[in-house]
Design a protein around this ligand. Sequence first.
Ligand SMILES: [Zn+2]
Ligand SMILES: [Zn+2]
Length: 268
Amino acid sequence: MTIPDWQVHEYNEDFYVLRESGCINPEKPFLYSIFGDNRALLEDTGVAYDSPQKTVVPTAPVIMELMNKWAKRSHHAPVSLIVIHSHSHRDHIAADAQFQQTSGVQFIAATPSEIQKAAGIAKWPTDVGMIDLGNRIVDIIPIPGHDVASIALYDRVTGNLMTGDSLYPGRLYVNEAQIPTYAASAQRLADFVRLHPVAYVLGTHIEQGSQLYFDYSRGTVYQPQEHVLQLSRAHVFELAEAFRQMDGKPIKMAFPDFSVVPRTANSQ
Ligand SMILES: [Zn+2]
Ligand SMILES: [Zn+2]
């Protein structure tokens, strides 16, 4: 049986959800690709092979092929690519060099200052910026906490909100020292969601099972009964509520579809 390295899901012809295989790395992260009239946006570049050599996965050819197919099918001139990251952890940036080396690609490094510059964010993290793909605005919402460079992306066309590792069906890790920062970000994200229509909340991993409160342990490669990827706007409010209940203390909070897991060490 052949297990492909990538699963490419067409949400619609201008919005793609890509998932890296668990056979490459048990993190099996999700990537997102959104097409506008002038540019395509890629969120994250994937994770390396879970081997001692940490061989990098060829992500760029997969994206370039997707872009070619898109242009052909929609009878559109080829568009350029802009690469941004949900955050800077290594399971989301492994193939960065492949894009940095490709001419015509606007590469935004996963640092607050680079994101701030590229998205025109006046004040990090309290202001919202945007990236215009050509008749398609993607709002960039700084939500530091899980990582200093964590952002959420809001696609105004589909109403999908991409929340990275800050909100997904699984264990949301937070370093103890970052709890107040994450709490403030969760509240700002809830404020944003209150004012915008949200179709789906889309994160970058699945660790929950389809049964409520159940999560697969770290390093699980095969998850036959996993939770669906999508969460709802209600989960954004629940995340803010989780941090309100924690009240700055490192308490693990379990909810039906996700948990907040404080850690002392640096975490992914
Ligand atoms: Zn991750
Ligand atoms: Zn992470």
